[in-house]
Design a protein around this ligand. Structure first.
Ligand code: HEC
Ligand code: HEC
Length: 414
């Protein structure tokens, strides 16, 4: 991508003094520092592998919430056939399917309109982000426990077998998943609660509704491209990923453990045991390996993107906040709600920042931004074009239609 970023490549004239400066620094620091400069820390492969398993398959004991309280195992067994499951955005891991099952789906001998097939897929561990315990009850495979994992919202599949069925893409937000519609199937909820959950729509979830009762769903974030960023979530609530992993694991998924946050007054203790604390280091190590996906070949116009880059760093003032290798000033500062192009919130809902620990917003990192529309914490911009137009208005940039089109091409190249 160097060819479309001319002003990030130092010119020949700059290279020589830089090299001389580097040599001086190295000489001043002695041999030890040159060794650390050339050998980055070796990632712990075993820890990362463990984290991947946790990300995909660990429920932290949240069956207490999804089975004992919400009774989702009853709903799934009675009414959720694979066609219904795929229609609410659940994904099937094709690599977990044995050849006979693949054959049966292809030749139609396995019914995709029977809930028994969903139970069979759960038994195979093939439903992304849903873990089921299937036991033989009176000669019939019966779903007795069900729980969810991080992969439910933060993984999708590449659709290589069929729409919704393919290889896992960990860290990609599942923007077709409708978590609200799934939760609303629970027989344990009131009509009023179901109405709120059903109002969220695909790709959105409100991770604070159960505390403050405000109905302001957030787009499900990518869980990739977070290495080196020390403000986590749209509001920068935590210094590292593990902070939010504990929050979601305990307070949203219903996993066993504790979460305490004096800034918002949230304090939750689930279960008699702690099934999450010991797993946080591995989970975080795995997430830090998930890189933002590069733009597909031919997905943007190179010349327009080069012009857009000049605008981004210049008159459009984007780089005053979207700075550095991750395109964010998150490690330096957060921004007040009046600085963002995404407020006021839709439908007169209170500011999401006001519901958070920091009351501020983090500049969103932009690598892989082509991959995950809609944009902004509340999804108020459907496309990158809408994002740029929102800034043009809110920040009174005076950009022409051509300038805005060039900026969009640049964003698509990141
Ligand atoms: C029901 C859906 C859902 C599940 C399950 C879920 N998350 Fe999230 N996640 C979200 C939403 C929505 C946000 C956006 C919250 C915000 O920015 O305030 C988010 C944000 C995040 C972020 C912040 C990303 C950033 O840009 O800073 C991380 C990291 C994350 N989740 C990891 C996890 C992990 C790890 C798990 C499992 C322990 C998990 N999530 C489970 C919905 C979910
Ligand atoms: C004052 C600081 C600031 C400036 C200037 C700024 N941004 Fe942002 N940007 C942010 C913040 C903060 C967010 C997160 C807002 C939210 O989530 O609602 C964001 C979000 C975005 C997003 C959405 C990313 C996502 O994951 O949904 C895009 C795209 C973006 N900005 C592009 C731009 C472009 C292009 C410009 C220049 C025209 C620009 N920004 C100028 C601070 C800024």
């Amino acid at each position: 991508m160097g060819d479309i970023m001319p002003n990030q490549v130092p010119s020949i004239r700059l290279v020589a003094p830089l090299a001389a400066f580097a040599a001086m620094v190295l000489a001043a620091c002695g041999d030890d520092s040159s060794a650390t400069l050339t050998s980055p820390p070796v990632p712990d492969a075993a820890l990362i592998a463990q984290g991947k398993e946790i990300f995909r398959h660990d429920t932290f004991g949240d069956e207490s919430q999804w089975t004992d309280t919400l009774r989702m195992h009853e709903v799934i067994s009675a009414a959720v056939d694979p066609v219904t499951a795929l229609s609410v955005g659940l994904k099937v891991d094709a690599e977990a399917l044995p050849p006979a099952v693949v054959q049966g789906i292809e030749d139609g001998s396995i019914s995709l309109t029977s809930p028994d097939t969903t139970v069979a897929l759960l038994k195979l561990g093939a439903v992304v982000g849903v873990e089921g315990k299937v036991e033989n009850v009176n000669g019939k495979d019966t779903l007795t426990r069900v729980g969810i994992t991080c992969a439910l919202c933060h993984s999708t599949v590449d659709d290589s077998f069929a729409p919704g069925i393919g290889k896992r893409l960990d860290g990609w937000p599942n923007r077709s998943l409708n978590p609200g519609a799934i939760i609303a199937l629970s027989p344990a909820l009131s009509v009023a609660q179901k109405a709120v959950y059903n109002s969220w729509g695909p790709g959105k979830y409100d991770p604070r509704f159960n505390f403050d009762g405000v109905n302001g769903p957030q787009v499900i974030s990518p869980a990739y491209g977070l290495a080196g960023i020390h403000r986590i979530t749209a509001t920068g609530d935590g210094e590292d990923i593990a902070y939010w992993n504990r929050y979601v694991g305990v307070t949203q998924m219903g996993g066993h453990g504790t979460f305490v946050e004096p800034r918002t007054g949230v304090s939750v203790v689930n279960g008699p045991d702690d099934l999450i604390s010991s797993k946080l280091p591995a989970l975080q190590a795995y997430q830090l390996t998930l890189e933002a996906p590069p733009p597909p070949a031919g997905s943007f116009d190179l010349a327009a993107a080069a012009r857009g880059q000049v605008l981004f760093a210049g008159v459009a003032r984007c780089a005053t906040c979207h700075s550095g290798p991750e395109f964010t000033d998150a490690n330096l500062r957060l921004h007040s709600p009046d600085e963002v192009a995404s407020e006021p919130e839709p439908n007169g809902v209170p500011s999401y920042a006001s519901r958070s620990a920091t009351k501020m917003y983090r500049t969103a990192p932009l690598k892989g931004v082509w991959q995950h529309p809609p944009y902004f914490h509340n999804g108020s911009a459907a496309t990158l074009d809408a994002v740029v137009r929102a800034y043009n208005t809110k920040h009174a940039l005076g950009l022409s239609d051509g300038d805005m089109a060039d900026l969009v091409q640049y964003l698509k190249s990141l």
